[in-house]
Design a binder for this molecule. Structure first.
Ligand code: GLT
Ligand code: MN
Ligand code: MN
Length: 388
């Protein structure tokens, strides 16, 4: 069957994605979502590779040790029966009122200690399931009132927490890397380190930067009108794309977490092309949920749609890459120069500076080089819409 997902595609879903009950800030649940075990069964049939979870997606908040053990056992059995893995785990540091003014960045040292304690336990849980990536999404690490919290201090507290946890992972010999997920706002008015680029800068200030990468999410750059494709490109360039959250979002709206590819086909096309062309091999996680109007059957249509859209865009990327007219234009646009290219990539030397100083470059002539972007963009549209 065309566009049928394979395990090798590494498509994953969070328990909270198909488990979303259709609640929003203005209304209550609209459906009874599948349980984690039912989800594993269904996702496996649909061709997914794995499931991810927050500690409390699997083990409800306040469970006893015995309840925890029983849930872990049942879930492990389901995973092995249906052949799914848990590539990523994370901590819920946002739902409980204790985190209403932040977890790692709270002004209250006891709240910060509680966040650390909860994360240590959640890391143990994730590792027990074989997770290799641990995501940090600081949903509550922000403010509405900047008078109440010093933003430099907050950044330092976040750093202290990550350094502590990195040491914890090393001390226990865990094979686990961290992936930081940025979001500009929602649920806080403003969240610290709001973009993937901000996270990349922050990572270089950590004690073990090599252990830490990013988990960019399409909706999170898009919500504030930024170019997600560019954000992911920067992460790839920095060798920091450890994980990715794919979904859909309209610019300037509330946090929609729509089906992957639901909005802005072109950016999603270039995103998929980027991941495929650059050989990204990590999990492709659909951090999205079905519309509030969906019933449970439609939830699985949502899940199928995410994976199918990725595979369709991947096929379109192959078409784009093998289209002679498009490739001809790209070759023309990127035509190399045997003398100048080595000068630009070879690094600085006095001799190189001299050579560059003496190059005969006529800006008016250079400005005349044709840039047929109208044509190229129209061809892209035609590839995408199946006209080519
Ligand atoms: C929450 C958020 C996501 C994060 C998840 C990880 S939780 O659903 O909206 O973007 O990736 O904590
Ligand atoms: Mn996410
Ligand atoms: Mn989101």
């Amino acid at each position: 069957m065309p566009y049928m997902p394979q395990k090798s595609d590494k498509f994953t879903f969070g328990l909270w994605t198909f488990g979303n009950p259709g609640r929003d800030p203005f209304g209550s649940e609209t459906r009874v979502p599948p349980t984690p075990v039912e989800g594993v069964k269904k996702l496996s049939a649909l061709g997914a590779y794995g499931v991810n979870f927050h500690d409390n997606d699997l083990i409800p908040f306040g469970s006893t040790a015995n309840e925890r053990d029983a849930i872990v056992k049942e879930f492990k059995t389901a995973l092995s029966d249906y052949g799914l893995v848990v590539p990523m785990a994370t901590t819920n540091l946002f739902s409980h009122p204790v985190f209403k003014d932040g977890a790692f960045t709270s002004n209250d040292p006891k709240v910060r200690a509680y966040a650390l304690q909860k994360t240590i336990n959640a890391i143990d849980l994730g590792v027990e399931f074989g997770a290799k990536i641990y995501v940090f999404w600081g949903g509550r690490e922000g403010a509405e009132v900047d008078a109440g919290k010093d933003a430099v201090t907050a950044t330092k507290r976040f750093r202290d927490a990550l350094n502590f946890l990195a040491e914890y992972v090393k001390d226990n010999g865990y094979d686990l890397k961290f992936a930081l997920e940025a979001k500009p706002n929602e649920p806080r008015g403003d969240i610290y380190l709001p973009t993937t680029g901000a996270m990349l800068g922050f990572i270089s200030t950590l004690d073990y930067p090599e252990m830490v990468g990013v988990n960019p999410e399409y909706a999170h750059e898009t919500i504030s009108g930024l170019n997600f494709y560019h954000a992911v490109a920067q992460a790839i360039d920095a060798n920091k794309l450890f994980h990715i959250d794919l979904n859909g979002q309209k610019v300037g709206r509330f946090d929609q977490d729509l089906r992957f590819g639901q909005e802005d086909y072109k950016t999603n096309f270039f995103l998929v092309k980027l991941l495929e062309d650059k050989g990204y091999t990590g999990p492709k996680h659909f951090d999205a949920h079905a519309l509030r109007t969906s019933d449970v059957n439609d939830v699985w249509e949502f899940a199928k749609g995410c994976m199918r859209t990725y595979l369709i865009l991947k096929e379109k990327a192959q078409k784009f890459n093998s289209d002679p007219e498009i490739q001809g234009i790209l070759a023309e646009l990127n035509s190399p120069d045997a003398i100048i290219d080595p000068l630009l990539t070879g690094g600085y030397s006095k001799a190189a500076a001299q050579q560059i100083r003496h190059l005969s470059l006529d800006p008016s002539e250079l400005a005349n080089k044709p840039l047929p972007y109208e044509k190229l963009d129209q061809l892209t549209f035609e590839v995408l819409t199946g006209v080519r």
